[in-house]
Design a protein around this ligand. Structure first.
Ligand code: NDP
Length: 331
């Protein structure tokens, strides 16, 4: 089979030239497990840090011969467990950039055949969607009366967060995204009330207008600078979910702090989110969000690399924030 690996150890933001696609042995089907032919593999912002051994999930650099990590969706082609059958559609957290993955049955989640496109189980109905659902419903508890702000709003986490808050009855959803194309996607396809392009002149004034002085829930994906702007705009007793720091992952330095007095003055509640804490609520998330997907109320654009050979360029675009929607490899 083919798989994608690092050419050499890296200590900075990964670039397309840092990867190569090589031939490898197809793994054997393990006793008590399955062999899966992968159809889609996810590309996520945390992987850049993980490759350098700077991620909580893998605090040491990745061996060069290991495939680049990524969640995956595919079909069982061989089984040595009674829990899964040949032909089952499954989701694996440790799939990686490769054509086949072997896994113990306990680490594989079977996907019911409901007609939902399999790639959606890497975006709105996968780990990014669970992250958004956890932040909006379990932490911020967004609902009627709330005005919600989300940055990186064109991505899978941000786009899902806004649409889930809308489905839970929030009054107004405002996004922040980089560039007019992303903002058009957020407003026209994701149905946010407004999306502000932070790369345009005067964006903070437009943000203030869009929030109408009523911001009560903020979902942070990008930076402490945007968090500070959101807290400044927030009503007293607002809630902020701290989910990601996309603008800081590749800098090698910790994100700067935020004004402490601002948090006190606003009586704001800041909640850190790590999606691993919510893996045991995956069924509750799916039962709510699969219905939204089926009803057309939760949709995320896909930024697909067509085949493994296209993955390095697509991954570099993700690292530079140039992806438009859920970044994934179609195999
Ligand atoms: P996205 O598809 O949204 O990609 C990240 C986006 O961040 C970019 O497209 C870009 O959007 C924005 N960005 C801003 N500045 C930069 C920069 N300097 N470099 C790169 N990107 C930048 O990703 P996801 O939807 O997968 O994830 C969104 C956030 O959620 C990430 O921070 C991710 O790490 C986090 N996350 C956290 C989890 C947790 O457990 N806490 C779990 C899963 C994801 P724009 O141009 O609009 O600014």
């Amino acid at each position: 089979m083919k798989q994608g690996v690092l050419k050499h150890a890296i200590d900075k933001k990964p670039e397309a030239g840092d990867f190569k696609i090589v031939e490898a042995e197809t793994p054997a089907c393990p006793d008590g497990g399955v062999l899966v032919r992968l159809e889609f593999v996810s590309m996520d912002p945390y992987v850049g840090a993980r490759l350098r051994g700077r991620h909580m999930g893998e605090p040491a650099p990745r061996p060069l011969e290991d495939p680049i990590p990524g969640h995956g969706v595919g079909r069982v082609v061989q089984t040595r467990t009674t829990e899964l059958n040949e032909g089952d559609l499954v989701y694996l957290t440790e799939a990686g950039w490769r054509e086949y993955a072997a896994a113990p049955a306990g680490s594989v989640r079977r996907i019911a055949e409901t007609g939902i496109e399999p790639s959606i189980f890497l975006g709105a109905l996968g780990m990014p969607g669970l992250t958004a659902w956890a932040g909006m419903t379990q932490l911020a508890e967004a609902g009627p009366g709330d005005v919600v702000l989300v940055d990186a709003a064109a991505g899978a986490v941000g786009g899902s967060a806004g649409q889930i808050a809308r489905a839970r009855g929030a009054d107004r959803i405002v996004g922040i995204a980089g560039g007019p194309e992303k903002c058009a996607l957020v407003e026209q396809t994701y149905g946010f009330d407004a999306c502000i392009d932070y790369k345009a002149e005067g964006w903070q004034d437009r943000l203030a207008e869009a929030l109408e002085g009523e911001l009560s829930v903020h979902f942070e994906n990008v930076s402490s600078d945007i968090l500070t702007i959101a807290l400044t705009a927030m009503k007293p007793y607002g809630r902020a979910v701290l989910c990601g720091l996309a603008a800081h992952y590749q800098t090698g330095k910790p994100a700067p702090g935020i004004p402490f007095g601002l948090v006190i003055g606003k009586r704001a509640k800041l909640m850190g989110l790590v999606v691993y804490d919510f893996y045991d609520r995956w069924d509750a998330f799916l039962s709510e969000c699969a219905l939204l997907v089926r009803n057309g109320r939760l949709t995320i654009a896909e930024d697909r690399a067509d085949g493994l050979h296209a993955a390095p360029e697509a991954f570099a675009r993700l690292m530079n924030g140039q992806n438009r929607g859920k970044a994934l490899i179609a195999l």
